[in-house]
Ligand binder design. Structure first.
Ligand code: BGC
Length: 752
C-alpha cells in the first residue's frame, strides 16, 4: 500500500455437521448474541457459466478486434489518485483501471469519462478495502480469530457493499499469504499460520466481497509472508514442495471461490522477483491452478525489477513482466511507456498483449461492468454506516477477541468490584485508527470502553478514565501521576494498550516484539500499583508476552476490532458476551524462537526429556507461550467420545467421525472443535499434526452436543521436490481438541 496516494476526500469443502443434541439437553445458548443474517445484493458478482460465458468470450473477441495497439495497452494500465494523475488518460482509453478514489462524485466523473472514450470500455475502480470502507470490521487477523467463516464472509460483504456505494468495484484483498513471523508488520492483514484456516478464510472473504459487488484480488502471489527475518520486501526462499503444500492452497481456495484477479508479490522468491517469474505466474497460477482472471503487479513492482537487478531499464522491466504473465501494471507506468515500442521492435509479440487484454476484458464482462449503472453520488451517504453494517461489525468484533489468560476468573468483572480505572488512549477515543483509512469519510462516533462499562455496570461502580498518553498512538506519556493515583485507588485496572500506530502494516517490521516504549512503561507502572490489571491488547500482530503474562492476571488479545470494537470490549469485560476467539498464530515466548508454528516437522531428536542433544534451546522452551488455536472462555468445555465411523478408509474416501462436546461450566458459550491429522510414516517426513477441519459450536451451560466431522483423504496429500502430488496409504492419527495441543486421539488406516 502506498500511503502517498491515500485518498484525501473530506477448503472449504470439508464438511462438518452437528448431530442432534445429546442426552435430551436441547436448550440453545440463549445468552449468546445472535448473528446478523446474510443479505443478497443486486450487484453480486460471480464468474458466469454456460451460454452466458460463451457469449462473453464472443464479446471479448469482438471488442479486441476493434482495438488499436495503444487502446490495448491502455487496458493494461492501472493508474490512480496521486501525483500527476490525468483524467484524460481515462477519456482517451489509456487507463483501463484506476485506484484510490473514494469520493463518489470523482468516481462518477471518471466513469462518465470512460464512457466517452472511443470504445466505451468501463473502468475497474480499485481500493485497499481490507477490513472496511466507512464501517470498519476487525482486522483480517482478528476476523480469522473468530474461526467463523459466516462472520468473515459477512465482514467482506458489508465492506464491499459500502465500497460499491461509492463506486469502487475492486478490492486489493484478501491477502492470503501464510504468516509465521510476527516480526513482519503485515501479519495483521492475513489469516495467520495455518494452511487450512487460511484457505477457509480466503474462500469466505472472496464470497463475501463478490456477494457485495466488489471483485477480489487475491494477493501476493507468492510467498510474500516468508520474508527473511520478517523484514518487509526481503528475499524469500521456499522449496517447491513447501510452496505447494503451504503457500498455494489458500490461493487455490480463493480461486475456487471465484477470485477475479491476483496480485504479484513485491519480493523475490528463490532468486526470482515474483513480478518477472513466468514459472510462478504463467505455468503455476494460470496453468496448473487454472486461474482464469488477470494478474496485476503490486505497487510499482514492475519498475522495481530494475532495483531487483533483473532488468536494465524500464523497457526491459515492462517486457519481462508482461512475458512472465503480469497482465496489468499497477502504477509504474512502464507498460504504457514502453510496450508499444517493444511490440514494434518485435521483442514482445502482439499475441502476448492480446492475451493480457483478453483476460482483463473477460473479467470486466464477468463483473457485469458493461451493464452496471454508474454510481449515484447522491445515494452514497445513505448507504454507509447503516444499521445492518454496524450490527455485522459488532457481531464480528464480539468473536474476534481471544482471552489468553484469566487467573482466578477475574473476568468477567466481578460484582464485588466497586471501582475501576480504565487506562490507555486506545480505550478513550471514540474511533479506532484503521489501517488504510479512508480519510474523510463519515465516521462512527462510537462509545469508549469506560462508557460501555458504565452502561453495563450501572452507577454503583465508580469508573474513572485516563488516557495516559498525549495521543491515541501513545508514544508520549501524559498525566502519569494522576493516572497512577487513580489506578491505586481503584479495585480493578483495565489497561487498553497496544502498539504505536506506525508499528503495524506494510513496511512495519520489528525486531523486538514487546509492548513498545511508553506503552510498556505505563503497564509496568500499573502493575507496580499492586492492583489487579486486566490487559486488553490492541496490536496488529502477536507480541511476546512472556514477562507480561507472568505479572498480569487477565489478558484479552483484541487485535484492532474496528468501528464497534469498544462496544464489544465492554460486553466481553462485563460478561454480556463470552469470548470465543482463537489464536490464528502461535504467540512466541521470545523473538529467538521465531519462526514458531504448530505444524512443524518432527526432528530426529525431538524434545522429550528436556535434555541436551535434543532439538531444543538451552535458554528457552520449544513451545510457544500461547499455541495456535488457543483461546479461553468464561465457561469450560470438555470433549470426549471421539469415534471414527470406519477404522479403514480407502484413498478415495473420507475420514468421518464424531466427538461429544459438553459445556461443563455455568455460562453459555461458543467453542471451536479442531481436528488435526498426522501421517505416521510416509515417504517424506510429515508434520507432527495439521489442522484439517474445525467447527464453531454454540452451547448452553450444561448442554452437550455430538459434532460430526469429515476429512476427505485427498486433503492429506502433499508434494515432493518435483512438485508431484502424493497421497500415501498407511496409518494416520486423528487428534481432536480445542487448540493445537488437541489430545483426544484415534487412528485410522488409509488403504489403497
Ligand atoms: C501493497 C499491496 C496493496 C497496494 C495498493 C502495495 O504496496 O503491497 O498489498 O494492495 O500497495 O495499495
Amino acid at each position: 500500500m502506498s500511503r502517498l496516494f491515500l485518498p484525501a476526500l473530506a477448503l472449504a469443502t470439508l464438511a462438518f455437521s452437528l448431530a442432534g443434541p445429546a442426552q435430551g439437553q436441547n436448550r440453545s445458548a440463549q445468552n449468546q448474541p445472535s448473528q446478523p443474517a446474510a443479505v443478497q445484493d443486486p450487484n453480486a458478482m460471480a464468474w458466469r457459466s454456460g451460454p452466458e460465458a460463451a457469449e462473453i468470450e464472443r464479446r471479448v473477441e469482438a471488442l479486441l478486434a476493434q482495438m488499436t495497439l495503444d487502446e490495448k495497452i491502455g487496458q493494461l494500465n492501472l493508474t490512480g489518485r496521486g501525483d500527476g494523475f490525468d483524467p484524460q488518460w481515462v477519456a482517451t482509453g489509456r487507463s483501463g483501471a484506476i485506484m484510490n478514489f473514494i469520493d463518489p462524485r470523482e468516481v462518477r466523473r471518471l466513469q462518465d469519462l470512460a464512457r466517452t472514450s472511443r470504445l466505451q470500455i468501463p473502468l475497474i475502480i480499485g481500493l485497499d478495502a481490507i477490513h472496511g470502507f466507512a464501517t470498519y470490521f476487525p482486522q483480517p487477523i482478528g476476523q480469522a480469530a473468530t474461526f467463523d467463516p459466516k462472520l468473515i464472509e459477512l465482514a467482506a460483504y458489508w465492506t464491499a457493499r459500502e465500497s460499491r456505494a461509492a463506486g469502487v468495484n475492486w478490492t486489493f484483498a484478501p491477502m492470503v499469504d501464510l504468516t509465521r513471523d510476527p516480526r513482519w508488520g503485515r501479519v495483521f492483514e492475513g489469516a495467520g499460520e495455518d494452511v487450512h484456516l487460511a484457505s477457509v478464510v480466503a474462500a469466505a472473504r472472496v464470497r463475501g466481497y463478490h456477494r457485495g459487488g466488489v471483485a477480489t484480488s487475491v494477493k501476493h502471489f507468492a510467498g510474500y509472508g516468508e520474508a527473511e527475518a520478517g523484514r518487509d520486501y526481503n528475499s524469500v526462499w521456499i522449496p517447491l514442495s513447501k510452496l505447494l503444500d503451504r503457500h498455494v492452497p489458500p490461493f487455490q481456495a480463493a480461486i475456487a471461490a471465484g477470485a477475479f484477479t491476483a496480485m504479484t508479490s513485491l519480493s523475490a522468491m528463490n532468486g526470482m522477483p515474483a513480478t518477472a517469474d513466468r514459472g510462478l505466474l504463467t505455468d503455476l497460477l494460470k496453468g496448473r491452478l487454472g486461474f482464469r482472471g488477470f494478474v496485476v503487479s503490486d505497487f510499482a513492482s514492475i519498475e522495481e525489477l530494475i532495483k531487483h537487478g533483473v532488468a536494465a531499464d524500464g523497457a526491459e522491466a515492462a517486457r519481462k513482466a508482461l512475458l512472465a504473465g503480469v497482465d496489468m501494471d499497477m502504477f509504474s507506468g512502464l507498460y504504457i511507456q514502453h510496450l508499444a515500442d517493444e511490440v514494434r521492435a518485435e521483442r514482445v509479440p502482439v499475441a502476448a498483449i492480446d492475451e493480457a487484454v483478453r483476460r482483463i476484458l473477460r473479467v470486466k464482462f464477468h463483473m457485469g461492468l458493461f451493464e452496471a449503472a454508474p454510481v449515484d453520488p447522491a445515494a452514497t451517504a445513505g448507504l454507509l454506516i447503516t444499521p445492518p453494517a454496524r450490527a455485522a461489525a459488532l457481531a464480528v468484533a464480539r468473536e474476534a477477541m481471544v482471552l489468553l489468560k484469566n487467573d482466578g476468573d477475574i473476568l468477567p468483572i466481578r460484582p464485588d468490584v466497586r471501582s475501576i480505572a480504565v487506562v490507555g488512549a486506545l480505550a478513550m477515543v471514540d474511533e479506532d485508527w484503521q489501517y488504510g483509512d479512508n480519510v474523510g469519510l463519515p465516521r462512527i462516533r462510537r462509545s469508549t470502553v469506560q462508557a460501555e462499562l458504565a452502561r453495563h455496570l450501572g452507577p454503583q461502580v465508580r469508573i474513572s478514565a485516563h488516557s495516559g498518553f498525549t495521543t491515541q498512538c501513545g508514544i508520549e506519556l501524559a498525566e502519569r501521576e494522576a493516572t497512577l493515583a487513580a489506578a491505586r485507588a481503584a479495585d480493578l485496572i483495565v489497561a487498553v494498550l497496544g502498539e504505536e500506530c506506525e508499528f503495524m502494516g506494510e513496511s512495519a517490521s520489528r525486531t523486538r516484539l514487546d509492548l513498545p516504549g511508553v506503552q510498556g512503561e505505563l503497564l509496568n507502572d500499573l502493575i507496580a500499583t499492586g492492583k489487579p490489571v486486566v490487559l486488553v491488547l490492541k496490536t496488529g500482530r502477536p507480541l511476546v508476552l512472556t514477562d507480561i503474562a507472568a505479572r498480569v492476571p487477565a489478558i484479552i488479545q483484541s487485535f484492532h476490532l474496528g468501528s464497534e470494537g469498544r462496544v464489544a470490549i465492554g460486553e466481553v469485560l462485563t460478561g454480556r458476551v463470552n469470548p470465543s476467539g482463537k489464536l490464528p498464530m502461535s504467540m512466541p515466548r521470545s523473538v529467538g524462537q521465531i519462526p514458531v508454528y504448530y505444524d512443524h516437522l518432527p526432528t530426529g531428536r525431538p524434545q522429550i526429556k528436556h535434555e541436551r542433544y535434543e532439538s531444543s534451546f538451552i535458554d528457552e522452551r520449544n513451545e510457544p507461550l500461547f499455541p495456535f488455536g488457543f483461546g479461553l472462555s468464561y465457561t469450560r468445555f470438555t470433549l470426549d467420545q471421539l469415534v471414527l465411523d470406519q477404522a479403514r478408509v480407502p484413498l478415495a474416501g473420507t475420514i468421518v467421525g464424531s466427538v461429544r462436546i459438553t459445556n461443563a461450566g455455568a455460562r453459555d458459550g461458543r467453542e471451536v472443535v479442531q481436528v488435526y491429522l498426522r501421517q505416521r510414516v510416509g515417504s517424506r517426513s510429515r508434520p507432527v499434526r495439521e489442522l484439517k477441519a474445525f467447527e464453531k459450536v454454540t452451547l448452553a451451560a450444561g448442554a452437550s452436543q455430538t459434532v460430526r466431522f469429515a476429512v476427505p483423504v485427498e486433503a492429506l496429500a502433499f508434494h515432493d521436490d518435483q512438485g508431484r502430488r502424493r497421497l500415501e496409504p498407511g496409518l494416520y492419527d486423528v487428534f481432536v481438541g480445542t487448540d493445537s495441543r488437541a489430545s483426544l486421539a484415534a487412528t485410522v488406516e488409509v488403504g489403497e
